[in-house]
Write a protein of this length. Structure first.
Length: 298
């Protein structure tokens, strides 16, 4: 069958999730409302059905999220009957824990790290599951399924544990934790083919729609209260969709008429640029993602 490899990837991800449930006491699943975290929620329901999902869901809200994402998040959590905890970057700023950037190119995306680490400490989380994949970005390609973090939430890419024969070592010292990536081996095309196979619902942002856009150095950003034109820029109406969803200040759209899952599968199959090629936060430096991950970013 065409989708046999998807069943293998599904089984692998479910196995990893069950390992987390077996090895850790307070596992949380990080949920952004994007396609990868939606698939993670779908897999978690499959992994433990008919029992309840044994993970608390955690969303770090930058305050600059797409409204469509938040609406979808709340509806999905209600449908799953899952416990959702939301922590806000604005609270970290108000408490003096994070310093907000200023100017037209400011973003809160990097500030999520502070809010995330504080939330993990608050709930004494020993394993945080996320939907990161190795094909997204070169720093993420270095991750193991069970990615160890020290007591400061930091990651050392040069000191990672071997994972032979699907054996995952969850041993840790007090206050240390793990980030766990069950869909590490999936590609963007795998994700979309799985969504197609399973009939998974997604936020409307992923599908072609007409929107006010600002072209900022080749990045198509959604015009909003926090993304506005500066000298030489102007707002234009354009038909676009988003390949990835994050903070509005750094998530770029792509010009596209793909209005159905089938259209998107065909589009992704011929794409030559990774989906994170439309993320401004990854372009701040050559090692932007790895630098953020070392200090606790997901």
């Amino acid at each position: 069958m065409l989708y046999n490899h998807l069943k293998i990837l599904e089984s692998e991800a479910i196995y990893v999730m069950r390992e987390v449930a077996a090895q850790f006491e307070r596992p949380f699943l990080l949920f952004s409302g994007g396609k990868d975290s939606i698939i993670m929620a779908h897999l978690a329901r499959k992994a433990f059905y008919p029992a309840a999902i044994p993970f608390t869901f955690l969303h770090v809200d930058t305050g600059h999220n797409f409204p469509e994402t938040l609406q979808f998040r709340d509806a999905m959590m209600e449908n799953l009957g899952a416990r959702l905890v939301v922590r806000y970057v604005q609270d970290s700023i108000d408490q003096g824990r994070a310093a907000e950037e200023t100017g037209p190119y400011a973003s809160r995306n990097g500030l999520q790290t502070v809010t995330l680490l504080d939330a993990l400490a608050e709930f004494k989380v020993d394993a945080a599951l996320g939907g990161a994949r190795r094909d997204e970005e070169k720093a993420r390609a270095k991750e193991r399924f069970f990615s160890h973090r020290d007591e400061f939430g930091q990651w050392d890419p040069k000191n990672q544990r071997p994972e032979l024969w699907n054996l995952y070592n969850g041993r840790k010292k007090p206050n240390e934790n793990f980030r766990v990536f069950p869909i590490s081996n999936w590609t963007e095309l795998d994700v979309w083919q799985y969504i197609q196979m399973e009939g998974i619902e997604l936020p409307s942002l992923y599908f072609s729609h007409e929107r006010d856009i600002i072209n900022r150095g080749g990045m198509l950003l959604a015009a909003s209260d926090v993304v506005y034109p500066v000298a030489g820029e102007h707002v234009q109406r354009q038909i676009v969709r988003f390949r990835t969803i994050g903070d509005m200040t750094c998530t770029g759209a792509v010009a596209s008429h793909a209005a159905t899952i089938d259209d998107i599968v065909n589009e992704v199959a011929s794409a030559r640029v990774t989906e994170r090629g439309a993320r401004a936060d990854d372009k701040r430096s050559e090692a932007a993602m790895e630098d953020r991950k070392k200090v606790g970013y997901f």
